[in-house]
Design a protein around this ligand. Structure first.
Ligand code: C5P
Length: 296
């Protein structure tokens, strides 16, 4: 972002969210699942720009922008309309989304876009909604929108509304890979069977990426096995990451299909990403810094 854009509050990054672990702890009567998840961010994402305008409209470009709706069914427009209503704003905005992240992929692209839209429009319209109402609006847009709005590594419980800041994360590097297969979140939750897993938050501050991998190794992503049932290629993604030198942990994020490898060194992550991208030209592969703070 340019300094000017930052000052004007017009351009915001919508960084990928990563579920470092995800336990399904129960199920609500309405069918939503209760979770315990350590959620952090990767320094790769979409971008939202908002300009003053009379009405509300949006345009989209970027590698994954084609075919996405620009009407009120888009989560970005839903966020804008919801904020307008919440704060009784009569101004509009011309919103532009650059879609770099693969959609429906477990790294919260749509949720991050919605959260970045809320941040951009709060700045553009110079409004400060009451916090509880703002987070209720975020949750109504999607279970991952509140944590994307918070933008800080946190333990997330409930269906996404119960956010507790996590201890600071060490420096670490990720390799994100997605086989360019969209996986339906409801289908993955439906394919999950067996007992629920207890919550397992921790207070320790990992000294480095190896320490973080050790803490995460005692925890899981409970949606990984069901996602592999729905989309067996997820297993190939995990195998590709595990075969790379320096990969301390390989795991799926969210309900998939994106998987991440955790590395201690930037060069190792970059080399692993380059090798996987060469071997799998049809996959989306991106090295990225692990972020505990994704706020602009
Ligand atoms: O809220 P979001 O759009 O992320 O959720 C999509 C779907 O995933 C929900 O309609 C629900 O079927 C499932 N889901 C769930 N439990 C959650 C989050 C999502 O069962 N905590």
């Amino acid at each position: 972002m340019t300094d000017q854009g930052k000052k004007a509050g017009l351009t915001y990054r919508a960084r990928a969210k990563i579920n470092l672990y995800l336990h399904v702890t129960g199920k609500r009567d309405d069918g939503y699942h209760l979770l315990d998840s350590l959620m952090a961010f990767a320094d790769v994402g979409d971008q939202i720009t908002a300009l003053p305008a009379k009405g509300l409209s949006m345009t989209i470009d970027g590698p994954y922008g084609e075919g996405l709706p620009t009407g009120p069914e888009n989560l970005v427009m839903k966020a804008a309309l919801g904020l307008q209503k919440l704060c009784q704003v009569s101004d509009g905005a011309k919103i532009h989304l650059t879609k770099n992240l693969p959609p429906a992929s477990g790294i919260g692209g749509g949720s991050a876009d919605a959260a970045a839209t809320l941040r951009a429009l709060m700045a553009l319209w110079a409004i400060t909604p009451e916090e509880t109402a703002l987070y209720e609006l975020a949750l109504s847009l999607g279970a991952d929108v509140p944590i994307c709005l918070k933008g800080r590594a946190s333990f997330v419980a409930g269906i996404g509304e119960d956010i507790t800041l996590a201890p600071p994360l060490p420096e670490g590097w990720l390799v994100l890979i997605n086989p360019n297969v969209e996986v339906s979140t409801p289908a993955v939750f439906k394919a999950r069977t067996g007992a629920f897993t207890p919550a397992n938050q921790f207070n320790e501050q990992a000294p480095d990426a190896v320490g973080l991998a050790c803490l995460l190794a005692d925890r899981h992503n409970d949606l990984m096995a069901p996602a592999i049932k729905v989309a067996p290629v997820v297993q190939d993604c995990l195998d590709a990451l595990r075969a790379e030198q320096g990969c301390k942990l390989a795991r799926m994020s969210g309900s998939g299909a994106t998987c991440f490898g955790l590395f201690a060194a930037k060069t190792e992550a970059e080399q692993a990403a380059a090798r996987i991208a060469e071997a799998r030209p049809g996959w989306w592969v991106s090295p990225a810094a692990l972020l505990g703070d994704a706020r602009d």
